[in-house]
Write a protein that binds this ligand. Structure first.
Ligand code: NAP
Ligand code: HSE
Length: 430
């Protein structure tokens, strides 16, 4: 047992300042839980003069975050800079190489370099910890790595991005435009430095890679994961979905089927009366299906200072306790390459929103194409005729193969009476 566990913190923004706040507020309680005092030795950010709402006077200030990795008075470096390359990656590599454990909230870094960093941590007999990287305050990394360790995991899925869920909820509840709500999410500290990562589904894809790795014992593999975000979802889609009894959620889904892993990040319709449908605002929800435990669900705040910093401090306490686990649940060198399945073979129901010139024969042509692709329609709504004579046609299908409905919609899109890109969304039964 050590008397104190010494850390250096790189990055003092939303999460970094939050970590310092928790460590200062709960100093005595945390020492009791950790079995030793947790001491911040040094901190680093870009601008020393910035007021961060926390007292930094007791800590050594470093202009270069990278210099934390070369010190011999640290047990762990906490990286809260962000970015998949650059200073964050250099700091991770050098700290681990120097025998210093590494704690991060940086899912982009781990989705790209998680395997190499996990190998490096094991070679140097130190830990790579990242509870805060997925689903904010929800302890889903620990759950998958430890709590569900007895199970073969069949699927892990859920709402993994707080910013998108906040935007979709606010747009539905208040009718405010996308850009206004995104700005508010940024002001609240939910969004990534580049919010395109949130709204184009990239952040959810980073997180899903890490969940897949833990769940299925495979290397994190971001490169082959195609993600779709919410930037093409309109207020009309949200409203039609509501009229049909659904809510739109950006979901990350990873499923093991016949030895293959199918991963998807895309906005989906879920029933408004379902548990997933009721997860609103900045909240995330992660479902895990295990062969013995059954289906488990965790819900909590997925972004923001307090929840994210709470997860970082939990990792620090674990390390101070002397706790050590492989980053992805099994020794890194045992992680396999994922055998990727084909999402096109998946069957589900779909929502299709078409904007068409309102004239005789339009519906007949659409339904003929659907028929040719063996797509059976469940419901059809036609709404409005605007001054340009266009109308919205909203169709929900019965269960159908994804590849077939994509082909059908591509053909429909090429018809001369279709005036906007169609919106095609999966309807999930979660
Ligand atoms: P942030 O508010 O933008 O803070 C980033 C911090 O890093 C700032 O203090 C900045 O310094 C500092 N910084 C930037 N470049 C640096 C460099 N080269 N060397 C040293 N410091 C540098 O970001 P954040 O929201 O706290 O996010 C940090 C990390 O946590 C990211 O990886 C993010 O993906 C992850 N994360 C965030 C949340 C969330 O809700 N915000 C949730 C989960 C995970 P200055 O302040 O001086 O400019
Ligand atoms: N930008 C991320 C989100 C932060 O909104 O979910 C939490 O990882």
């Amino acid at each position: 047992m050590v008397d104190s566990f010494r850390i250096g913190i790189a990055g003092l923004g939303t999460v970094g300042a939050g970590v310092i706040k928790i460590l200062q507020t709960h100093q005595t309680m945390i020492s009791g839980r950790a079995g030793c005092s947790v001491e911040i030795v040094a901190v680093s950010a870009r601008d020393k003069s910035k007021d961060r709402g926390v007292d930094l006077s007791r800590y050594e200030w470093l202009d270069k975050a990278a210099s934390l990795a070369g010190r011999d008075d640290l047990d762990a470096v906490v990286e809260l800079i962000g970015g998949e390359e650059g200073d964050a990656l250099e700091l991770a590599r050098n700290a681990l190489d120097n025998g210093i454990s590494f704690v991060t909230a940086n899912k982009a870094l781990l989705a790209h370099h998680g395997y190499d960093l996990a190998v490096l941590a094991e070679e140097n007999n130190v830990s790579l910890m990242y509870e805060a990287a997925v689903a904010g305050g929800i302890p889903i990394i620990k759950s998958l790595r430890e709590g569900f360790a007895a199970n073969e995991i069949e699927a892990v899925y859920g709402i993994l991005n707080g910013t998108c869920n906040y935007i979709l909820t606010e747009m539905r509840e208040t009718g405010r435009p996308f850009s206004d709500v995104l700005k508010e999410a940024q002001d609240k500290g939910y969004a990534e430095a580049d919010p395109e990562f949130d709204i184009e589904g990239i952040d959810s894809a980073h997180k899903l890679c890490l969940l897949s790795s833990l769940a299925f014992g495979v290397k994190p593999d971001f490169q082959t994961l195609k993600a779709q975000g919410i930037s093409h979802i309109t207020a009309a889609d949200i409203s039609y979905a509501q009229e049909l009894g659904y809510r739109i959620k950006l979901l990350g889904i990873s499923r093991q089927i016949d030895g293959t892993i199918i991963q998807m990040v895309e906005p989906c319709l879920v029933s408004e009366s379902s548990t997933m449908g009721a997860v609103e605002g900045v909240f995330n929800a992660v479902f895990v299906e295990g062969d013995f435990v059954g289906t488990e669900l965790q819900i909590g705040r997925g972004a923001g200072e307090g929840p994210t910093a709470s997860a970082i401090v939990a990792d620090i306490i674990d390390l101070a306790r002397g706790y050590k686990v492989p980053a992805f649940g099994i020794p890194a060198l045992m992680l396999a390459d994922a055998n990727k399945g084909d999402p096109g073979e998946m069957e589900s129901r779909f929502y299709i929103h078409l904007t068409v010139i309102d004239k005789p024969g339009v519906l007949a042509e659409i339904t003929a194409i659907m028929r040719d692709h063996d797509v059976s329609m469940e419901d059809v709504l036609q709404r409005g005729r605007d001054p340009e004579n266009s109308a919205s046609v909203v169709i929900t299908s019965h269960s159908t193969k994804q590849a077939e409905i994509h082909k059908a919609v591509a053909k429909i899109e090429s018809l001369d009476f279709v005036v906007k890109n169609p919106t095609l969304l999966r309807i999930e039964n979660f």
